[in-house]
Design a protein around this ligand. Structure first.
Ligand SMILES: Cc1cc2nc3c(=O)[nH]c(=O)nc-3n(C[C@H](O)[C@H](O)[C@H](O)COP(=O)(O)OP(=O)(O)OC[C@H]3O[C@@H](n4cnc5c(N)ncnc54)[C@H](O)[C@@H]3O)c2cc1C
Length: 382
């Protein structure tokens, strides 16, 4: 078994560290404070080729493997996990869904500008009455002549107010059960698609989250992604990939929490010596570092399985479950290590703690991950 990353993957890690230090570090606190989408930063991420790492070069991407994309998300999330999440969501869910399910024309029209970072993507499944229970989706997509007419309200949509390209899910045939949902590519500006309520959040504040309201939103047949009835499969496979990205976001948060805790505990003097020399503090650091390593290997394993065309849904769920719960648990410890200073606005660990919580919720809650894992095992999986 070879645990080494390839030269390209090591280079991507180093390059993203440099990118983060140059372009993200100085604005991370401000974009969090102001809940601001950093348009200029995403333009730069696109220009430098980060927005389409796992997308083939012929469609505007870098043509690298999924693990390389995951390493980029992890490193970016060390500096700003909102930005790391957006990268993961944009390329790992939306870009890859267009790559896997789109036809040639759709790839040229929608995937290329996404992979180049000229457009931003969004993926809207959740509704007020349909969270974990996605079969409760109420949005309908009625086939009328050469068009589909979509009606419904999506909620908690990342990039909802600012996306250029949306993938929207709704029932094309409610009587067909799991085969009745379809996915549609809906460009921004399509009459009948409008962002609704814009949410203010506890963390992940520079990522923009809103409702997306669809009222008699008419899209041509050519905007159907995959075949009619493929919607649930497109959503589920998107989440399988996306969960590896959320695990990577959590690893980035954990690494930042560890780095901050080591630095502070060596500098902070109480009782005449650095607090790092108190066993209570040193053991917290040991626990963060141990779970970080475990989370990283679980996440890389899931990405490696995906890159090697092996089933990876259970491992993706395990990686997300473990990494995100570790991030939520240990960012609280990182604040503890910082004492009162960690609770004050502007302390990086305070932002890390707020940002970690969402990772246990979106792209399937921890409870949903346990359903995926146990379902897989109890059905006789490995
Ligand atoms: C910031 C943010 C960004 C998001 N971005 C997107 C996006 O871009 N696109 C999108 O489609 N969605 C997005 N979501 C939605 C997100 O995926 C859902 O919030 C999540 O799936 C949970 O759904 P819910 O909030 O309705 O909670 P619910 O499903 O109502 O769950 C509430 C609680 O009950 C538990 N629960 C529910 N069912 C069960 C069960 N059967 N067994 C045990 N426990 C259960 C849950 O685990 C949770 O603890 C986003 C959400 C947020 C907050």
């Amino acid at each position: 078994m070879d645990f080494r990353l390839s030269e390209e993957q090591e280079l991507i890690r180093k390059n993203m560290q440099e990118f983060g230090e140059r372009h993200v570090n100085s604005i991370a606190a401000e974009i969090d404070e102001n809940s601001r989408h950093p348009t200029e930063l995403f333009r730069k991420l696109g220009e430098d080729g980060w927005m389409g790492i796992p997308i083939p070069e012929q469609y505007g991407g870098a043509g690298s493997d999924f693990l390389t994309h995951i390493i980029a998300v992890e490193e970016l999330s060390r500096f700003c996990s909102s930005t790391g999440f957006t990268l993961s969501f944009h390329a790992g869910i939306i870009g890859m869904s267009l790559l896997v399910f789109g036809n040639e024309e759709q790839k040229k029209k929608y995937l290329v500008p996404l992979a180049k970072g000229q457009h931003l993507g969004s993926f809207a499944l959740t509704e007020p009455g349909a969270g974990t229970d996605i079969m409760a989706v109420a949005t309908t997509a009625v086939h009328q002549g050469d068009d589909y007419v979509i009606n419904g309200t999506k909620t908690f949509v990342s990039n909802g107010p600012i996306a250029d390209t949306y993938i929207i899910f709704g029932w094309s045939d409610k009587t067909a059960g799991r085969k009745g949902m379809s996915a549609f590519i809906v460009p921004q500006g399509t009459p009948g698609l409008n962002p609704g309520q814009h949410f203010q959040k506890m963390g992940l504040r520079s990522s923009q989250t809103s409702e997306v309201v669809l009222r008699h939103c008419r899209v041509p047949e050519e905007n159907l992604l995959g075949k009619e009835g493929d919607g649930l499969f497109i959503a589920m496979t998107g989440f399988d990939r996306g969960r590896i990205g959320i695990a990577a976001q959590a690893i980035g948060i954990l690494q930042a929490a560890l780095d901050e805790s080591i630095k502070y505990s060596k500098e902070r003097i109480q009782f005449g010596k650095p607090i790092a020399r108190q066993q209570a503090i040193a053991w917290m650091i040991a626990d963060i570092a141990t779970d970080l390593s475990a989370a990283r290997y679980l996440t890389y394993l899931a990405a490696w399985l995906k890159d090697n065309n092996q089933p990876f849904g259970k491992e993706a769920a395990m990686a997300k479950l473990f990494a995100t719960e570790a991030a939520a648990r240990h960012t609280v410890k990182a604040v503890q290590i910082h004492g009162g200073y960690g609770y004050i606005k502007g302390a990086k660990v305070e932002r890390l703690m707020r940002d970690a919580k969402i990772a246990e919720i979106y792209e399937g809650t921890s409870e949903a991950q346990r359903m995926v894992i146990s379902g897989n095992i109890l059905r006789g999986g490995n």
